[in-house]
Design a protein around this ligand. Sequence first.
Ligand SMILES: Cc1cc2nc3c(=O)[nH]c(=O)nc-3n(C[C@H](O)[C@H](O)[C@H](O)COP(=O)(O)OP(=O)(O)OC[C@H]3O[C@@H](n4cnc5c(N)ncnc54)[C@H](O)[C@@H]3O)c2cc1C
Length: 463
Amino acid sequence: MTDHIVIIGGGPGGYEAAHVAAQLGAEVTVVDTDGVGGSAVLTDCVPSKTLIATSELMTDMSAAAELGVNFHDHQGDAATTISVDLARVNARVKQLAADQSSDIAARLDRDGVRVLTGRGRLGPDMTVEVTTDGDSETVQADAIILATGAAPRTLPSAQPDGERILTWEQVYDLTEVPEKLIVVGSGVTGAEFASAYLSLGIDVTLVSSRDRVLPGEDADASAVLEDVLTRRGMNVLGQSRMQSVTREGDTVTVTLTDGRTVSGSHCILALGSIPNTADLGLEEAGVATDEGGFITVDRVSRTSARGIYAAGDCTGVLMLASVAAMQGRIAMWHFLGDAVAPLDLKKVSSNVFTSPEIATVGWSQQAVDAGEITAEVVMLPLAGNARAKMQGVRDGFVKLFCRPGTGIVVGGVVVGPRASELIHPVSIAVSESLTADQLAQAFTVYPSMSGSIAEAARRLHRV
Ligand SMILES: Cc1cc2nc3c(=O)[nH]c(=O)nc-3n(C[C@H](O)[C@H](O)[C@H](O)COP(=O)(O)OP(=O)(O)OC[C@H]3O[C@@H](n4cnc5c(N)ncnc54)[C@H](O)[C@@H]3O)c2cc1C
């Protein structure tokens, strides 16, 4: 008999699970309120990286003069003669997101997946109630996946108005370049937006409650980023906790807990996310959540209720599209009896899309310093790399961690342009337990940034 899988939420956690389930011969229904692709495609990951593509171009152009390129007849700082048309940028962002959502819908259709537009809620005895414009339908399931994602956190004292006080979902409605932008929150999302808008030529103040930007990342990496951002003119306010954000006319004021105030024309709130798990019928169905409302799952995505799985941001395991997708696939491989390896967070590579980018995989410096793992560490600045010199790149480094004795590579950090691409050889080494010698022996192109990864690995050679 064919299994019927019902998936609530059509983001990467949901649609990747749907593809696997369809491939393994199940009948699949995806329920989504907003259109497939989820927040990842419609409001978060895809739009922000599309905006960042424009900001990267602006960063490259601002370095053009050093490489001998002038945009006009006169000499001078090229960046000052370039301007961004934010209305066009944002129109492109929205179009690209909508196209991506349509592509995903077409692929689901080709796989024979039924997509229902509406709100899903767990019902009794493995059913899902789908509500659309007041109408409701009950769908019977053999297994259910909850992949409802998360939404921007706001505070009663810092409420978005969609015009000048904005969540990250609302920034693409801007048609004019903000005169003075304040970004509250220096985690990954805050740092990415602050860096992107700075590159677009906007006056940016970053309000960080911690002593450094990106407190969760490698400390050497965040030091490089903070140095670059301040050198390029960003006002970074460390140890500054936001108390409230208010608006009067065209002025937005951020008041800090110590009484200081910062004023600007616009403010982006990047205060983290809350899971979309309220009113899903979790308690009645016996699905346990933690104190933050995130659904508790094991490493094969099972919740505490038999036959009900959860994937992605609603589990809070690691809020990345790649992890959501893998949790969704694992759930289906597990339920439908295919070969499955439990989720291994030590193999996840991730990237902060600031300028420069920060990519990491495996064990971290924090874990080494805390004695959680013994590892040898080598850090190599990119400034010595021949390709970097040719391209005028001075900031960034490659850092590798390997086990003493065996030399097995257990982690790495790359800071630099396109670090998201450069991390891949390190990611393969971590995932396949390669030694530093093996990583060093593979040819790299000369000249190339990846040469620094091989060079760092060579420096870990022990006789
Ligand atoms: C600004 C920003 C940038 C990011 N950039 C990256 C990046 O570069 N790389 C990366 O890997 N990750 C990135 N992320 C994280 C990534 O977006 C998330 O990890 C990813 O969206 C999680 O996917 P998901 O399937 O769990 O949920 P989502 O993508 O949030 O999808 C969930 C879907 O479920 C729907 N839904 C919710 N409740 C119901 C219901 N009751 N019934 C029906 N449908 C429902 C929602 O409307 C939504 O469409 C970024 C996040 C942010 C905020």
